[in-house]
Write a protein that binds this ligand. Structure first.
Ligand code: 3PG
Length: 273
């Protein structure tokens, strides 16, 4: 009887121990983020500042002694270029896997428009609903949209999909999660459970989807989260990939909260038409 109880207690203790470490980060600032434009599936490059941010992220990971076996990223250059810079700083060459399923959410018809100008046109409240609500879709991108051809013909989106039926014309966080989660379960979670040291480098909304799932946040809680560019954050996970501690950003609290405020706000740059 006692033997059985002891074994059961040992099992429970083991389940709540840190088994795995997962590191995630959002790519460095892109040219379009700098210009305060809705970007989504448009393949905007890293800005000069974004390149610097990626170097700093790599240096932080190097100084903290992280070694990675497998990096997962999206099919968008701003994330892939961030990965290359980080690996250069780390002096490591782990396997790198890219998938459209980790792309930023598709921002529909808003793509390419200035966030502040959209707030002036539709009201700040509506723009914030499009940006942060769980399931309100931005208006869809139609074929006559200025950036439709650029996006639909991106050769990177022909490598592992999406096929025609899967190609989005707009996405909320809910639709983003619906394509990110199967990829997490089938590819990323399986690697972590095999003991591989995994780094995930993606985008604001695809990361919010992953954070929502990992931390089991409610629809209301995730609306309040803004993920800063290029600040790595770490999870300690148990055998079921449940966090044993709160997510930890590898940066001082003040810098993280300022960077989060910057992401939340759209009061910055307004383009001259
Ligand atoms: O696609 C974009 O415009 C950005 O990556 C995220 O922008 P947001 O913070 O307005 O969602």
């Amino acid at each position: 009887m006692f033997g059985l109880l002891n074994r059961w207690l040992r099992y429970l203790r083991k389940m709540s121990e840190d088994c795995y470490t997962l590191v995630m980060l959002r790519h460095g600032e892109s040219e379009w983020t700098k210009r305060n434009l809705f970007c989504g599936w448009y393949d905007s490059k890293l800005s000069e500042n974004g390149i610097k941010e990626a170097h700093v992220a790599g240096q932080i990971l190097r100084d903290e002694g992280f070694q990675f076996d497998h990096v997962f990223t999206s099919q968008l250059s701003r994330a892939q270029d961030t990965v290359q810079i980080i690996l250069q700083e780390l002096g490591q060459s782990p396997e790198v896997t890219k998938s459209w399923r980790l792309n930023e959410r598709h921002y529909g018809d808003l793509t390419g428009y200035n966030k502040l100008q959209m707030a002036n046109k539709y009201g700040l409240e509506q723009v914030q609903i499009w940006r942060r609500s769980y399931d309100v879709l931005p208006p869809p991108m139609t074929k006559d949209h200025k950036y439709y051809q650029d996006i639909i013909t991106n050769p990177n989106f022909k490598i592992d999909g999406p096929n025609e039926d899967q190609f989005p014309h707009t996405e909320s966080l809910k639709e983003t999660i619906m394509r990110v989660l199967p990829y997490w379960n089938e590819n990323i979670a399986t690697e972590i459970k095999q003991g591989k040291k995994v780094l995930v480098v993606t985008h604001g909304t695809s990361l919010r989807g992953l954070v929502k799932h990992i931390e089991q946040l409610s629809d209301a809680e995730i609306m309040k989260l803004n993920i800063p560019t290029a600040i790595p954050f770490v999870y300690k996970l148990d055998a079921n990939l449940t966090p044993t501690k709160p997510r930890q950003f590898l940066c001082d609290e003040e810098t993280v909260s300022k960077a989060m405020e910057k992401v939340a706000s759209i009061s910055g740059y307004e383009e001259k038409q």
